[in-house]
Design a protein around this ligand. Sequence first.
Ligand SMILES: Nc1ncnc2c1ncn2[C@@H]1O[C@H](COP(=O)(O)OP(=O)(O)O)[C@@H](O)[C@H]1O
Ligand SMILES: [Mg+2]
Length: 620
Amino acid sequence: MSRIKILPEALSNKIAAGEVVERPASVVKELVENAVDAGSTRIIVEIERGGRKLIRVADNGRGMSRDDALLSLERYATSKIAKDEDLFAIQTLGFRGEALPSIASVSRFTLVTRESDADVGTCIQVAGGRIDKVSDIGAPVGTMVGVAGLFYNTPARRKFLKSIDTEMGHIADTIASMALCRPSVQFRLSHNARMVKSWAPAADPTDRVADVLGAAIKKEIHPVERAGEDVHISGWVAAGRMARTTARGIYLFVNGRWVKDRVIQHALFAGYAGRLMKGRYPVAVLSLTVPFDQVDVNVHPTKHEIRFIHQKMVHDSVRDAVAQALRQSDPTHWKAPQRDIPESVQRPPAVSEPSAGYGRWRPAEKRGRRGDGQAVSGTAASESARSRVAAGMPMPLAAADGVQPPAAPRPVSDPPAGQEPLWSRRFFADLAVIGQYKGTYIICESEDGLMLIDQHAAHERIVFEQLKRRADDRGPTVQRLLVPETIDLGFREARILEKLTPELDRYGLEIEPFGGNTFVVKAVPTLLDSGDIPALVTEIVEKTAQIGVDAEMETIMDECLKVMACHHAIRAHQQLIPVQINAMLAQLDVCDNPSHCPHGRPIWIQWHLKDLEKQFRRIV
Ligand SMILES: Nc1ncnc2c1ncn2[C@@H]1O[C@H](COP(=O)(O)OP(=O)(O)O)[C@@H](O)[C@H]1O
Ligand SMILES: [Mg+2]
């Protein structure tokens, strides 16, 4: 007798349920997907005891005839695909034809459905996969599926269910994600007969985003929009400071399907480069539209995973779209460019770069509301600074950090056609400086409110971008050391430094081997000419060891530049004179990313006047 048997359908459905129905939220997902595929505009989800007792999803979609309703419970019965080719161009959320039979095999299942042209609806009752009763029933147009006693006949699965709150949390997340992607559909969720959440149809999709992610996010999200030939990306990204400690604020959709995709997630992080602190996750809603035949959704029974045919193209488009949206979120973009600035206005100087020029440095009194020449602190230095600034004289940059006054102005060439000229993006330079707090934060008045700027973070960003820009533009300006510095390293560290020297050279840090594990530093970028050079080089090597020498050189160099910028940047608890602050603010305007230090920490925070007034109960 043959030992191999074809499994009875009820058993094979149970096996399929093992994959498709992991927990109550997976049932909700499948049923809501079916409702969406049926063209519903209202989907009502009722849950009892976290889904253990009951899950009921009712929609106002197109419904089913009695024959179709019976067929829908058969394995591999679907109205969504018919032939081989369809599988490679899936336009609906469902297509596998296994959700209903799988769910029905592990629950007490009721299906009530009516098509619009039918006088009467159909009710089918199933228990553990066996049809108990089929009857006519009066019902509204649409479909209602009730799933009671989930896993009642698979105790092993039932044991794995978590607490009611946990299961309810998963269900709410599932509906929230569906709601995000379908703003025009009304969703309602209730638990134990109490309304949990109702998402009204939203004419403006941003309202739905605010509804799902919380109203506070509305002011902080920036639209993403990029129409490419083969991928269209839309959605919203929140500023880096709204980042969270988990990935739960990330919602990704491809052709209307909620997905968990590594490629898009990686691209999202790449777009946020330099704007997120380590271990933080952005808040983002991204919806990609790609031709149906360029994405494979038949990767996993839960249909959460997908594969792109042109993975790199998709990745790079998402990264660029996100980066662009975030750039627009920088305050330099808040204001319309000031076209009335004369062409001769120069790029502002480096705060601490002796060779850089102030150009036609505007005297403080002409700089917006900062013009009252307010002192930054009560020190003697700032007193003298105040009088000089008030007199409209350029100031030496500080005895404080040994920096010389600026030399001749350096003209800025015209921007490429179609690109906004850098000097027209002025935000920070127009802030009115109120003072310095704890020698660490610069307090400013902006048009909208009150701003605090972290001076170390700001300067770190400035130096980082300048080092980078110099290397890219025309090679770094280097300062030869009169007495080269010698550095001794351990064996492993020495091998790392050997590998790094040609690259560091590009940035103006000239290091040569001196036999064994010894090296000499012959020149440094002018920007970094002061400071403890051996400590800097040692930290660069340590950092590289940490990320691994085999990482991409671009990544390693980015880290090295961060170390350089951090070493050189002005510190916290350092008094600055007005002209230093002014120079720094002007330099921030030239930064690609004036909102985050290279490690992703925020450079500034702002309180809107309205919010302050609310707190003081001046307005309600
Ligand atoms: N809410 C619904 N409204 C209308 N038709 C439905 C609904 N749910 C399921 N169906 C029909 O039942 C079929 C089987 O559903 P399902 O088992 O989820 O498989 P799939 O969605 O993969 O086709 C669907 O193809 C669809 O024709
Ligand atoms: Mg389905």
